[in-house]
Design a protein around this ligand. Structure first.
Ligand code: OAD
Length: 233
């Protein structure tokens, strides 16, 4: 941390489920995580929605409810504070709105957003998610069934190109709370430009990440500490 002796301007923060864990939203692959309770192929694919839309909508409606009850944690708040001195771009795999609610102004969602929905045939028109989520029979004005605005497994990640462009401009890439298991998103840490410093905040163990400084600990503790040192540089 102390040897961040650069002329830093652009900071990109790449976040995953661990960022929101201390706001009470479950991660996917930790013990007790969402993918221990549910099978991806039952709730997070187009095929699952075609087979059993009620089950898929119930899964996302529960997550909408939990998101609405959750509040940003000190990690989210610290990242918003960083904008007082740096150009900060958040790229998140998270589908919650906690970065925005904490005050971050530039947030790119790679895997969609729970506060939005769209019809099953097109992602051109995006609608607000109804307060209590969606049910079978909820239609767009054109008469097609609505679905959550979420990137399901097997679907394209439309924001990847924009994310890569943003990461190439970064002087510092701060990665928080992701197991780096899901591609193409996880590959973003390999597209930085030469000279970009990469710092990972996560309580887990990581091997084989050459050139990455791992600050082992929770987002709500390590992120504010790091942000304080960046603001005091
Ligand atoms: P994972 O559940 O795979 O990983 C969560 C990471 O958060 C792990 O590395 C944990 O060690 C870390 N973690 C846990 N508690 C933390 C805390 N308090 N502070 C910081 N880190 C903590 O979640 P993601 O990597 O985000 O995609 O998963 C990527 C994608 O897989 C998700 O966007 C979702 C999922 O399937 C889709 O649904 C398309």
């Amino acid at each position: 941390m102390t040897n961040l002796i650069y002329c830093m301007k652009n900071i990109v923060v790449f976040t995953g489920a661990g960022m929101s864990a201390e706001s009470g939203l479950k991660t996917f692959r930790d013990m007790g995580g969402l993918w221990e309770q549910y099978r991806i192929e039952d709730v997070a694919t187009r095929e699952a929605f075609a087979r059993n839309p009620e089950m898929v909508l119930e899964f996302y409606n529960m997550r909408v409810k939990q998101m609405r009850e959750a509040k940003p944690n000190p990690g989210h708040v610290a990242l918003a504070r960083l904008e007082s001195k740096y150009d900060v771009q958040i790229i998140t795999q998270n589908v919650d709105d906690l970065h925005e609610r904490a005050g971050s102004s530039k947030v790119l969602h790679l895997h969609g957003e729970l506060i939005k929905c769209r019809n099953i045939h097109s992602d051109i028109e995006i609608f607000d998610m109804p307060e209590n989520g969606l049910k079978v029979g909820d239609l767009c004005p054109g008469g097609h069934q609505l679905r959550p605005h979420i990137v399901w497994f097997g679907e394209m990640v439309p924001a990847m190109v924009e994310a890569e462009v943003l990461i190439r401009k970064a002087d510092l890439l701060l990665v928080v709370g992701t197991s780096l298991n899901v591609y193409p998103a996880a590959g973003l840490i390999y597209v930085t430009s030469p000279g970009c410093k990469i710092i990972l905040v996560d309580p887990g163990e990581f091997n084989d990440l050459p050139g990455v400084t791992h600050l082992q600990g929770k987002a709500s503790e390590k992120v504010p500490e790091l942000i304080d040192s960046l603001l005091n540089m």
